[in-house]
Design a binder for this molecule. Sequence first.
Ligand code: AMP
Length: 419
Amino acid sequence: MSSFKDLGLNQEMLKAVKAEGYSEPTPIQAQAIPLVLEGRDVLGCAQTGTGKTAAFALPIIQKLSKAQARKGRRPIRALILTPTRELAAQIDDCFAAFGRTAGVYRTAVFGGVSQGRQVDALRRGVDVLVATPGRLLDLISQGFIDLGSLEIFVLDEADRMLDMGFIHDVRRVAKLLPDRRQTLLFSATMPGDIRSLADNLLDNPASVSVSPPCSTVDLIQQSVYYVEKADKGALLSSLMSKPEFGRALIFTRTKHGADKVAKMLSRGNVKAEAIHGNKTQNARQNALDSFKRGRSQALVATDIASRGIDIDSVTHVINFDLPNEPESYIHRIGRTGRAGASGVAISFCAADERPYLKDIERLIKKSIRREDDNPFASTVAEAPAAVATPSRARYGGGTRGGVRYASASSNRRGRSGVR
Ligand code: AMP
């Protein structure tokens, strides 16, 4: 196991790493940090939860602080392009935490909030800009951002960027960058279109990758309660009243369901908030903050919150509804057990969700332990799978048997996105 000291980080960065409580680098950090410090372009296959943010933030801060910008207004020297506002805010937080003493200025720009404060920060000058594509292009067109002095470009979560339809925006941004620059591209999967994007953007890149996220899944204790749909609320309330349920992230399939579950918990004196696509950016951020700070014990989310959101020390992930896409299960439960910590994931499975459970078990290549201590055990759902529709029908044909995570996750393309 390597240590941060072996990676070429200076004393200042080592101190910052220690202050964050990181004792040893994650595999993606061990591989990527020396390459980024050397100035290499990097193609990184890693998803959120592997420590990839620090894998690029630490060496970038060190590089920028070593060669301080010239006097006068600070030009933007590093741009991190990321698909969602939540990720932008998290990456910005990471740069803030590690860059505080290095004198590296940063800010994040993303849509959904007014641009006034973002423009003020840009006017004061930043070294590192974290941005989502739409707001970035908007601010560029208004003349608030000039990327002519850029030294480092990071394209984060490239596959999601494509999934979300940002490919043209990414290409437009890329055209505005100086040719002489260092580029890092991170993606959880590497389908053909990401490879061709990488060919366009990267110059003789070094490839780094970490084992597929299934290995993270192995660290998480998983179990399933077979329960009637109508009893799910009562089961959840009884679980949440147990002392070991510190901070739970609860997933529902619909926005309406998320609101209903949050209200039900609050009525039962469990402080809970819902987060989903119908909420304003501010409402989502407030709900996240209050969960992160421990003011609420439960955050009820649709899948929009399952990707990318970085909440430390989630003790339990509860699938109130099972996702109808098995990959979402892996992304959801990956919110607990971050960076090697163990976590607990509990799923509620009603009779009509049995096919989803089967698909999940096929994807993770193991069966999920049935919870026997279940006051609401459903007799219907425990009957053999014959009660359920064959799983293939759910996907409109096409077998998914024996599918591996890496290939399955590339099936995310064209996902309908249940939010
Ligand atoms: P990321 O994949 O960048 O979203 O990081 C996932 C989580 O792992 C974040 O909560 C980080 O703070 C945490 N983390 C990153 N690197 C390390 C490390 N070397 N040791 C412990 N935790 C880490």
